[in-house]
Design a protein around this ligand. Structure first.
Ligand SMILES: [Zn+2]
Length: 90
């Protein structure tokens, strides 16, 4: 795969990717690699996939004052996210 993307294009590609209703972990890996290459911070987009198994993140959600924890239905890993004002979870 030849990539002659600019950082802007890469960013758009990443955002576009996470707008999809479903994705597989292989694609998440590619997107993560792309982000790393361009030094793009995924920020809140990270809430779309499990930190451990990279599957699309679905599962039990627990919310505390400072954190939101989502237990991955695939591997059971508890993904902890800091709650910020600009939260945008789908
Ligand atoms: Zn998982």
């Amino acid at each position: 795969m030849k990539t002659k993307l600019t950082k802007q294009e890469a960013q758009e590609k990443i955002e576009e990717f996470f707008k999809k209703k479903s994705f597989v972990k292989e694609d998440v890996k590619k997107i993560k690699r792309l982000a790393m290459k361009f030094n793009i911070k995924l920020g809140k987009l990270r809430q779309n996939f499990c930190k451990k198994c990279l599957s699309q993140l679905k599962g039990k959600i627990r919310i505390s004052k400072t954190h939101k924890t989502i237990e991955c239905i695939h591997c059971g890993y508890k993904n902890k996210f800091k709650i910020t004002e600009k939260i945008n979870f789908r």
